[in-house]
Write a protein that binds this ligand. Structure first.
Ligand SMILES: [Zn+2]
Length: 163
């Protein structure tokens, strides 16, 4: 599959689809068309291949956000973290299912797909990745509300059915 087709057909916010340069082995997320590390950018274009990140990671930096961004009012305080993936890229994302006080540098997390926000009463739902502690991290899960419906297509179908 060509990388262009891969990008068209894979909504990368639902799965951590990045790209990898087969010239130097660097992994990019979000995916890139050319490798900035390789000497010949033009030649690197044909060396880029789709690459799926495992979703594993480790918190290398984080901040507790008390002032919500618009649309995130229900979620404060929340933890925004830089997560180092074993594949190379550092991802930014919210850490969920854990009390902010229990988040620490070195916390082992895994990407999970969650509802990011909902727009208006019509309920346009946005999904994206967040990070939750892995079981072996030993962090007690925080109390949760009802589970988010994950597949966006199903959620939209339910919205239509309810309308
Ligand atoms: Zn490269």
């Amino acid at each position: 599959m060509s990388i262009a087709r891969f990008w068209r057909e894979t909504p990368r916010r639902y799965n951590l689809g990045g790209s990898k340069c087969t010239g130097c082995g660097t992994v990019y997320f979000p995916p890139r068309l050319v490798c900035p590390k390789c000497a010949s950018h033009r030649q690197s274009i044909e060396k880029m291949v789709p690459f799926q990140l495992s979703g594993d990671g480790e918190v290398i930096s984080f901040t507790v956000v008390h002032d919500p961004a618009e649309g995130f009012e229900m979620q404060v305080p929340y933890v925004l973290a830089l997560v180092q993936t074993p594949e190379g890229p550092v991802l930014t994302g919210q850490v969920v299912d854990v009390e902010p006080k229990d988040v620490a540098i070195g916390l082992k997390v895994r990407a999970t797909f969650r509802k990011l926000r909902e727009e208006g009463k019509a309920g346009v739902i946005h999904y994206g990745y967040k990070f939750a502690p892995r079981e072996e991290s030993g962090v007690a899960p925080a109390p949760q509300g009802p589970p988010d419906p994950v597949p966006a297509s199903e959620a939209r179908a339910q919205d239509r059915a309810a309308a």
